[in-house]
Design a protein. Sequence first.
Length: 269
Amino acid sequence: MLQPLRRLLAGLLLCSSLPAYADFEMDLGSLGQLTPEGALSPVPEGLVVGGIGLTYTPRYQEQQQKVLPIPGFIYMGQQFMFLGDRLRYYVYQENGLGVYGYGRVRFGNLDPEDPTAFSGLNKRKAELEAGIGANLLTPYALLTARVSHDVTGTSKGGDALLWADFPIVRDNWLIMPGTGVFWRSSKLSNYYFGGVSAAEAAQSGYAAYDTGSTLGYGASLLTSWRINRDWVSMAGVFYERYDRAIADSPLVQHGGEMTFLLGAGYMWK
């Protein structure tokens, strides 16, 4: 009883250590559908203690690119996974099909007390999202579909994802390119991706702007290398091409965002 509790508490510590602006869509949870094979499998399992270095394209005007060292923990179990800012619990796994409940903390990403350019805008706060998803492992691809919605009344919006990963496992190496689309409701897009309300326009230098619902396109490349029985390393790159309505927002400074991560962890069993 103590060991699962210790692992859960370790995961919660990671969640509290993630910085507010490190908000990206790459989700390691789909790796749970890949069966670890042997003591040197590149697919993480159990409790992994370590850290990552993270850098990303800043979303809003006046925000600067940062390199963030993030220590922490993840847990990759057969049914339950905790990945820092999100978790999964599989309720069904059979013949390559997995159905899971999903939870995520989406961090706030705009604070009027930071760059002076944000003066007059409302702070974008964090929200808790919950939803359901499914994975299907085929001979050629790992397919994922997921829907989720704000359950804390922050943005009052929701999103959906369709994604395909193409895992290649060679001995102690994993290489997994992927691609997919993100749909976001009008409320979620306006809150976190560049909307300016009429009230904000009246007290800031920005014109009112409505993104509407949006459709983004993404691509990723994730690699994992099992160094030895105790240590695993991981690197990844993720790119999202924004919907035109997001890219044209007066708050947003790029047509998309790129995230790079590099990390290593100790397989604590």
